[in-house]
Design a protein around this ligand. Structure first.
Ligand SMILES: Cc1ncc(COP(=O)(O)O)c(C=O)c1O
Length: 406
């Protein structure tokens, strides 16, 4: 991997891009794959029988197979969506239909570190079913309080547990398989859902070894893929029994005046023309990953994470929100500086060519109730970042603190 693999850094060599949790940059290979589709293969999929249509369908299904293999899933368990947000909404709607006619009052369990995309769909579902929504507490180390989680599982009838695999604010990594395995031992019928939006860009994740996950979702654009493409993985036996929440062309076997029957998996859940170029672009990411030296990338990222943690910890005026233990965290660092608004931090760093994020990062509950601040500044790293960039970051932060003190 070289920085020059990414056209944005060829075009802006001075750019220090540290907003990777929002979206990552795209390597040339991914841009080329999307361009090649439109230039040489563009046609709809699963419809026409002319050669171009057959070529597009083949490429699209090859992309699905490639992605399925990457996460250790059966291709029929891999549904293309527009991203994490749509995937969670679809699951919530499917489960609405599943539970619509039950009268029991159940609980949906989330955590205090969830992104709005893993809260709002469940708020809607809880409202529609008249259920309770509960949040697992965090510890003072910004980790999930597992005792509280188990206590809530034991005391309530939890039907749905949906947790982030890595927090987009705290960087905390939740060991989902271990957590879900404990939960399933107590409550085998709880649907366990993992939000992989932040985890999957940084870690190889094999669903065959994580058997307790019922649904797993992520977005292409955070893992160097195109925007507008995402994955909804669901266990085959669940997807076979659940009904689709989106209906229309491409997902039926028969339509009559007042009824229809659905086609097989995975098309059953893919109504309408999918984002074909997006799927092909996401598959190109996986090919790009396979050409990288995995252990070299891992070492680089842990060295960079460690270095950033130390640099930020060494700035006295800065408060960092997230675990100090490197094993428990990924490369996402949210912080505040007394007396300086996060928007000012971001704007001043921008003048030095450093892009970071400022705001609540779609985690208002976490900011307001747990961190007790309305917003934070966030630095998030990816494999093309380096130590020199972090040195520039810490010089710029120290400079702005001095400016504000005057
Ligand atoms: C943890 C987490 N979940 C969900 C999302 C939503 O992802 P998207 O906007 O790609 O649907 C994000 C995006 O930042 C995220 O960080």
């Amino acid at each position: 991997m070289q920085k020059t693999d990414f056209p944005i850094f060829r075009n802006y060599p001075e750019l220090v891009y540290l907003d990777n949790a929002a979206t990552s940059q795209k390597p040339q290979a991914v841009i080329d794959a999307v361009k090649d589709f439109y230039e040489n293969k563009n046609s709809n999929v699963h419809r026409g029988i002319h050669s171009l249509a057959e070529r597009a369908t083949l490429e699209f299904e090859n992309a699905r197979n490639n992605i399925a293999q990457f996460i250790g899933a059966d291709p029929i368990e891999v549904i293309f969506t527009s991203g994490t947000t749509e995937s969670i909404n679809l699951i919530a709607q499917m489960l609405f239909e599943h539970y619509e006619n039950t009268n029991e009052k159940k609980t949906i369990l989330l955590s205090e570190m969830e992104h709005h995309s893993n809260i709002l769909p469940w708020q809607l579902l809880a409202g529609r079913l008249g259920w309770e929504l509960e949040y697992v507490r965090l510890t003072s180390e910004y980790e999930l309080d597992l005792e509280d989680l188990i206590d809530k599982i034991k005391k309530r009838d939890v039907s749905i547990l949906s947790l982030t695999h890595m927090s987009n604010v705290l960087g905390t990594i939740n060991n989902l398989d271990e957590i879900f395995s404990k939960v399933k031992n107590i409550s085998p019928r709880t649907f366990c859902i993992g939000d992989g939006a932040q985890y999957i860009p940084h870690h190889k994740f094999d669903l065959t070894k994580n058997n307790n996950i019922d649904f797993y979702v992520f977005s292409g654009h955070k893992i160097m893929g195109p925007t507008g493409i995402g994955i909804l993985y669901g266990k085959k036996k669940l997807l076979e029994t659940l009904n689709p929440s989106k209906v229309g062309g491409g997902m039926i076997s028969k339509v009559e005046r007042n009824s229809f029957s659905t086609s097989e998996l995975p098309e059953k859940f893919e109504a309408g023309t999918p984002n074909i170029a997006g799927a092909i672009g996401l598959s190109a990411v996986i090919n790009y990953f396979s050409e990288l030296n995995e252990s070299k990338v891992e070492n680089h990222m842990s060295e960079l994470t460690n270095f950033t943690l130390n640099e930020l910890n060494n700035i006295d005026e800065l408060t960092l929100y997230g675990p100090q233990n490197l094993i428990k965290r990924g490369p996402v660092f949210s912080f505040s500086i007394d007396g300086i608004h996060p928007h000012d931090i971001s704007q001043i760093l921008d003048q030095d060519g450093i892009a970071i994020r400022a705001g609540h990062h779609c985690c208002q509950i976490l900011h307001r109730e747990i961190l007790k601040i309305p917003a934070s500044a966030r630095v998030s790293l990816y494999l093309y970042n380096d130590i020199e960039e972090i040195k520039k970051l810490s010089i710029s932060i120290k400079k702005l603190i001095t400016q504000f003190k005057r």
